[in-house]
Design a protein around this ligand. Structure first.
Ligand code: PLP
Ligand code: COI
Length: 339
């Protein structure tokens, strides 16, 4: 623990002291339990293992210059976990229990919250899965809810450095009426081949197109896509992408600094008309995109030609991360201090 080099932390797993758990049995959730074990005792016929009855969340705790630890819009994560749970027919975690579990996991692992200004944060991973045994395809009667935390650095190497991105045409992440809007494990399993292919070919990220027509931009690996044209922030409207809380917040920030916002289908062809493009999400924060290569059409789109993120991307990044660290006044009421 003493040897954690906060400034060089990768986005990876480090063991912390405690995790928090609750079990849905006989139609109700148990009292939250603290555990020091990194392991779960799972039935081999659990529906989470066989039929992907599973959902998770991703959020962060931020240390401010005032020493306080803050959560960003935790209610949104609680609501999205309910949405995912409904989508794959799992027991729903009540927001009050979600909040208590997250707060407890952060408080109990306070020594792992990276210091202010280190560029690292405490990543929080709430996880819900069907733990009841079934062999037929049906929802489990029992569920486990776990919250663990781990300190992380930037998801994309170099933090706010532009990343090269490969358009994926061989693989779809989610079907139009499928589970793309849910934060369920199956979407991530489906994205792996595209992500690894992009990485093997030297790209930092992958851009998924709409599965039906391959004409529109969906999202960007584990993050939403945005583009900037003039002073307009444009982000895809799609039935198969995750509703990013970061993206929703950036839209509000963009409006607050006088930008226009458009949420609409975005044609791949429109890429050449954007001044700046990027990926956004809890893990990705804002990750500017320097270049997009479409091996299908052979098109290459270039941005950030000077190797620096564009001015609007930087403005949005500074506002968002400033609110999260407590350096910029939180006029939106997004932050909750962990007491
Ligand atoms: N899209 C996908 C597929 C993701 O995994 C994530 C990460 O959570 C996002 C978008 C960004 O969502 P958020 O900003 O809520 O973290
Ligand atoms: C997040 O941004 O929190 C995510 O969940 C992305 C993750 C899959 C690495």
């Amino acid at each position: 623990m003493d040897s954690i080099d906060w400034k060089c932390l990768p986005f990876g797993y480090i063991k912390t002291d405690y995790n928090v758990r609750s079990y849905f049995r006989d139609g109700k959730w148990s009292k939250l339990e603290l555990s020091t074990s990194e392991y779960l005792n799972v039935h081999m016929a659990a529906t989470g293992l066989h039929y992907g009855q599973e959902a998770f969340e991703g959020m962060k705790a931020y240390k401010g210059s005032d020493g306080k630890i803050r959560l960003f819009r935790w209610e949104e994560n609680a609501q999205r976990l309910i949405f995912s749970a409904k989508g794959v027919m799992m027991a729903e975690v009540p927001p009050t229990m979600f909040r208590e579990a997250v707060m407890t996991a952060v408080r109990k692992n306070e020594r792992f919250v990276p210091p202010y200004g280190s560029g690292a944060t405490l990543y929080i991973r709430p996880l819900l899965f069907g733990s009841g045994a079934e062999v037929g395809v049906k929802p489990a009667k029992e569920y486990d809810f776990v919250v663990f935390v781990t300190p992380v650095g930037p998801y994309f190497k170099g933090g706010i450095r532009p990343v090269e991105t490969l358009i994926t045409r061989e693989y779809d992440r989610a079907a139009p009426l499928g589970t793309g809007r849910l934060k369920v494990g199956g979407n991530y399993a489906a994205s792996l081949r595209a992500i690894i292919k992009a990485r093997d070919e030297g790209y930092g990220n992958t851009l998924f197109l709409d599965a039906r027509e391959k004409k529109y931009i969906d999202e960007c690996g584990p993050a939403n896509f945005f583009g900037i044209k003039g002073n307009t922030y444009i982000t895809p409207k799609s039935e198969s992408i995750l509703a990013s809380i970061t993206n929703k917040s950036l839209m509000q920030i963009a409006e607050s600094i006088g930008m226009k916002v458009e949420v609409r289908p975005v044609l791949v062809d429109e890429l050449s008309a954007f001044d700046e493009v990027g990926a956004c999400g809890t893990a990705a924060v804002i990750s500017p995109i320097g270049k997009i290569v479409d091996t299908g059409t052979k098109a290459v789109y270039e941005f950030c030609k000077n190797g620096e993120p564009g001015p609007y991307t930087m403005k949005l990044y500074k506002q968002l991360t400033g609110i999260q660290s407590g350096d910029v006044e939180d006029t939106f009421g997004w932050m909750t201090v962990v007491e």
